[in-house]
Ligand binder design. Structure first.
Ligand code: NFS
Length: 642
């Protein structure tokens, strides 16, 4: 009955339970909310109170807003506002991590230490922080101060220099090399004010700067400094889906995006006094599981299992087995406390940016993170005896996976510890065993069949020898389908399967959370830098896709990938209308960035488009045909001239 809504068996089971218990979830609300045909295409202008003005998608070339604004301008303003919000959220995250690194290095916050000195030293070099004869803490303080300056400075962002030189030159020439992250977000917002810029190309340029400030700024700072604080991920095994919840343990779900608190929760939950406290309350132990990108963060570094992706958040509570759902920021449904009322679950908000009426708020204080974490875990434990076992139904699904593919790991696995390098990957692409690389990233969206588009697309691609790298909720969908295991090489084409078997990697690599898309930017830059495939990201047989996207963050990510030279395909739908914007994003960008946007909801057609992009890039690089293997006989050998 729920098969048309989701391919995930655990989700189907929980939807039946929700129905039996008369609880509404986003899977029900999607039919109540039909969506606005004007807004869907970006044609609804709400930037002043003369409106809202609405442009019909079919009459985009004729209709204007009350002020005379064309469909292009309205769509561009809406689009850029989405970018700005996405970039703001990622960058706020990055700033928080930087502040914690600064305090940790000063020894002011117990619980946090510097775990990855190698990464710290690498970053010190990028940021021109002297390292000789200095204490690690002093290096970290100066690095953190310089990273904080990235938010407000007037010069181009420091991480831009990790991009290929040709791309940096292009950004400079087009005037879109981003300066301070906050500046770019503010300027792009200010330009969308009623009566400010009425040139959609200029507005898009401001939005592009904000997007690049996200990818090469806020997100990259978040990822890299988290690695310094919590360690750079390495491959590890874990499990995914609601079956990771335990019948006889205190289940705590960490949900949201920032690992600052969840890292400490994971640490404190392992302490013997906490386990004893749980036992005192009748439980066998404490089980931490995650939802959304907080889950990906603690999975990548600790192997904490994933309870599910974005649209499973309500269903996790509906299992009846969750003592506490601890949320930080982003992608958290307002409905959670309401659903939790039907069970014993406590929804605990922890960040002033993301409070929810009806939830218990325990403000996370990084100055005493252990205290915050202890308070939360104790509350969850004390809630365990209130669990109503009659209401408990935990699905069986808990699928094994391998995650932890940071760009350093991929480098190391392919090139070996002796000479870590992307060279073997480039060689495999050149000789055609790997046709190309596609990043499948992003959310779930109840408007499309849950997980189905992700999984169908990934299977199509790996069968055609395309290596898939993944982040966010997409990566969780792949885990549930068993694609994050080396054994999934059986779904891959012969070339990719050979690589997977030789190196021992899955054909789909879990590279982390959505801010970790910045890892993919660095990987692409290194692939371009190694040589043999041109000298820019633009023109590589590599592209991105967010087939079930929903968040404004996805738009920011897509725009920074396009501006960095990787074509991007979105599923579901796309919020632009007006011939100018369509022409710009879907066509002209190719000449500007050697990359463009496209939209296609059907996964089979998505695969065709992505493979076509890859094959076109291969053709331009002169590597379209896989070099034939020639077996020389004696006569041929004699003819060889040395
Ligand atoms: Ni990305 Fe992560 Fe998931 Fe989408 Fe939300 S969790 S930051 S936005 S829904 S992938």
């Amino acid at each position: 009955m729920f098969e048309e809504k989701t391919v995930c068996p655990a989700t189907q089971l929980m939807l039946q339970k929700a129905k039996d218990e008369n609880i509404k979830t986003c899977f029900d609300r999607v039919s109540d909310q039909k969506g606005c045909p004007f807004g869907e295409k970006g044609g609804c202008c709400r930037v002043c109170s003369t409106g809202p003005c609405r442009i019909s998608p079919k009459k985009a070339d004729e209709e204007t807003g009350l002020c005379g604004a064309s469909a292009d301008i309205i769509a561009a303003k809406n689009f850029v506002r989405m970018i700005a919000v996405g970039a703001a959220a990622h960058s706020d995250h990055g700033r928080g991590v930087t502040e914690v690194l600064l305090l940790a290095a000063k020894g002011k916050i117990p619980g946090y230490t510097i775990k990855d000195t190698k990464k710290l030293l690498m970053l010190a070099e990028v940021f021109d922080v002297p390292t000789e004869d200095r204490k690690v803490e002093d290096i970290a303080i100066e690095l953190a101060e310089k990273c904080l300056n990235e938010f407000s400075k007037d010069e181009p962002l420091t991480f831009l220099k990790k991009a290929p030189a040709s791309r940096q030159a292009l950004w400079k020439e087009k005037g879109i090399a981003p300066r301070g992250i906050d500046k770019e977000v503010v300027e792009s917002m200010s330009m969308t004010l009623m009566g400010n810029s009425n040139d959609y190309k200029e507005i898009m340029n401001a939005g592009t700067r904000a997007a690049l400030a996200d990818g090469w700024g806020g997100s990259m700072i978040a990822t890299e400094l988290q690695d310094v604080l919590f360690g750079t991920p390495k491959p590890l095994r874990s499990k995914v889906n609601l079956g990771v919840l335990k019948k006889d343990e205190v289940n705590i779900i960490v949900h949201g995006h920032e690992p600052l608190l969840s890292e400490i929760i994971v640490m404190v939950a392992k302490q013997q006094d906490m386990i004893d406290y749980a036992k005192k309350h009748g439980a066998k132990g404490i089980n931490i599981a995650g939802i959304c990108c907080t889950a990906n963060e603690v999975l990548m570094r600790h192997g904490v299992p994933l309870a599910g992706n974005f649209i499973q958040q309500e269903l996790a509570i509906i299992t009846g087995a969750v003592e506490a759902m601890v949320v930080d920021v982003q992608c958290v449904f307002q409905s959670l406390p309401q659903i939790a009322q039907c069970y014993h679950t406590k929804v605990i908000t922890t960040n002033r940016r993301a409070k929810i009426p009806g939830a218990t708020h325990i403000e996370f204080d990084e100055h005493d993170a252990v205290k915050s974490a202890t308070e939360i875990i104790r509350l969850a434990i004390e809630n365990y005896p209130k669990r109503d076992n009659i209401k408990v139904d935990i699905p069986d699904e808990a699928i094994s996976l391998v995650a932890g593919f940071s760009h350093e790991t991929v480098n190391h696995m392919l090139g070996g510890s002796f000479r870590a390098s992307y060279r073997p990957l480039n060689d495999a692409i050149i000789d055609g065993r790997i046709r190309g690389v596609v990043g499948i990233v992003g959310c779930n969206n109840p408007r499309v069949r849950h997980d189905d588009i992700h999984i169908t697309l990934a299977k199509e691609l790996i069968a055609k020898d395309v290596l898939v790298v993944s982040t966010g909720c997409a990566a969780m969908a792949f885990g549930k389908a068993g694609l994050l295991l080396p054994e999934a090489a059986k779904y891959a084409g012969p070339g990719l399967a050979e690589i997977c078997e030789t190196v021992g990697i899955p054909p789909v690599l879990h590279c982390g959370s959505c801010v970790d898309n910045s890892r993919l930017l660095i990987a692409l830059s290194e692939i371009a830098g190694i040589g043999g495939l041109g000298d820019d990201i633009g023109g590589l047989p590599a592209c991105g896709c967010a087939p079930e996207w929903m968040s404004e963050k996805a738009i920011a990510i897509g725009q920074y990938f396009v501006a960095s030279g990787a074509p991007v395909l979105f599923g579901v739908g796309f919020p632009i209308t007006g011939s100018g914007m369509k022409e710009l994003l879907f066509e002209k960008y190719w000449d500007e960035y050697t990359a463009l946007w496209a939209v296609e909801p059907d996964p089979i057609k998505q695969a065709e488009i992505l493979v076509k992009w890859i094959d076109n890039a291969r053709e331009k690089l002169g590597i379209k045909e896989r070099p034939a293997r020639i077996l020389y006989d004696m006569a041929m050998r004699r003819e060889l001239k040395f």
